[in-house]
Design a protein around this ligand. Structure first.
Ligand SMILES: NC(=O)c1ccc[n+]([C@@H]2O[C@H](COP(=O)([O-])OP(=O)(O)OC[C@H]3O[C@@H](n4cnc5c(N)ncnc54)[C@H](O)[C@@H]3O)[C@@H](O)[C@H]2O)c1
Ligand SMILES: [Zn+2]
Ligand SMILES: [Zn+2]
Length: 346
């Protein structure tokens, strides 16, 4: 089959590799029908994720059709159309038993396209198929389901739920990439009175307004001062950090009101300063997290019921064998305007 192989920092290729085989009784082999690329794949390509080694097939988000299953698999079978989640939980370890699937201690968690071969291929081996695959309702399209493999559960769980967004709140989302836009989409489920997007790119702020932000502020236009002029002037109830650099984390802690919450989603590669000298007195809660994808069934129900508008995320569509072009378009988002790219089996 063909797959997108990581060949070490800065090198990747769409190339011939052996077909995946069932290895464990809990495995399924899934034919990929639709797949996307994540910002994290670009981090891997830069060499930021050293545990992903040369030769690995990338990708942790897909929709596909089950080809075959191991002897231990009970909840999916050949022919089922399924979502392949970015998190593959063993379902049995102490973390999995309380729904903290991202911290699985039994060889699961975020493994696809990271520690085992991933989904940017014609076929993938899905470990722990009973808990990592989700059969899809007929009225949910491949393209909309694709967004539930990673970005929507991530933003909902690590941003909106950790940040306890509530009716009437003022929410600030720092960073309006796919993750920030998914945070805006899922924050709206709780009817906050304001959703204020902050980004350094005007194009991303325009997207944020289209996704339902009530206001957009360029990071260079002093968001802290702007917040002082809004409502009671005390700041945001919840700030969702969706960038992952020290400046935006530190800005988030300045934008939050006393008693408010900073929900960090960003993947940080460098230390950020925690200004306890000003934070200690303000009863601020700061949360961090890797997505667990425990919310996937709920999001799927909402998608099937028409309660989640996912129509604006995919900006570019390709055939699966145009993988290298799709990477180029996605990596050059500033010029191409790409949010999510989707590749379909041809
Ligand atoms: N915690 C998790 O489980 C998890 C899961 C998936 C992704 N992530 C992380 O979430 C973050 C966002 O992901 P994404 O795919 O939307 O990334 P992205 O790079 O597409 O978007 C980031 C946005 O931040 C803006 N930005 C960059 N620097 C800025 C600055 N100094 N000030 C203001 N805005 C700035 C960019 O213009 C862009 O719109 C990344 O760090 C990603 O690795 C975390
Ligand atoms: Zn991802
Ligand atoms: Zn586990």
């Amino acid at each position: 089959m063909k797959a997108l192989v990581y060949n070490g920092p800065g090198r990747h290729a769409w190339t011939d590799v052996p077909d995946p085989q069932l290895q464990d009784p809990g495995d399924a082999i899934v034919r990929i029908d639709a797949v996307t690329i994540c910002g994290t794949d670009l981090h891997i390509l830069k060499g930021d994720v050293p545990e992903t080694t040369a030769g690995r097939i990338l990708g942790h988000e897909a929709v596909g059709t089950v080809e075959s299953v191991g002897a231990g698999v009970q909840s999916v079978r050949a022919g089922d159309r399924v979502l392949v989640s970015c998190i593959s939980p063993c379902g049995r370890c102490a973390y999995c038993r309380v729904g903290v699937y991202g911290q699985c201690r039994n060889g699961g968690g975020w493994i696809l396209g990271h520690l085992v071969d991933g989904t940017q291929a014609q076929y993938v081996r899905a470990p722990f198929a009973d808990t990592s695959l989700y059969p899809l309702p007929a009225n949910v399209t491949d393209e909309s389901a694709l967004l539930l493999a990673d970005i929507l559960p991530t933003s909902y769980e690590v941003g909106v739920l950790n940040g306890k967004v509530s009716p009437g709140d003022t929410v600030v989302v720092v960073g309006a990439g796919p993750i920030g836009l998914a945070a805006i989409t899922t924050a709206r489920l709780f009817s906050p009175s304001r959703i204020i997007a902050v980004d350094k790119a005007k194009t991303r702020l325009d997207a944020a307004l289209e996704f339902g932000a009530t206001q957009a502020i360029l990071v260079d236009d002093d968001p802290v001062a702007t917040l002082r002029g809004i409502g009671d002037g005390l700041g945001a109830d919840t700030v969702i950090e969706a960038v992952g650099v020290p400046e935006t984390f530190e800005l988030s802690t300045e934008l939050v009101r006393p008693g408010g919450r900073v929900a960090n989603i960003g993947v940080h590669g460098k230390p950020a300063t925690l200004h306890l000298e000003s934070l200690w007195i303000r009863n601020v809660t700061i949360t961090t997290g890797l997505v667990d994808a425990y919310s996937t069934p709920r999001l799927l129900t909402m998608l099937a019921a028409g309660q989640l508008d996912t129509s604006k995320f995919v900006t570019h569509r390709f055939g699966l064998d145009e993988m290298m072009d799709a990477y180029d378009v996605f990596a050059d988002a500033a010029d191409t305007g790409a949010l999510k790219v989707a590749l379909f089996r041809t």
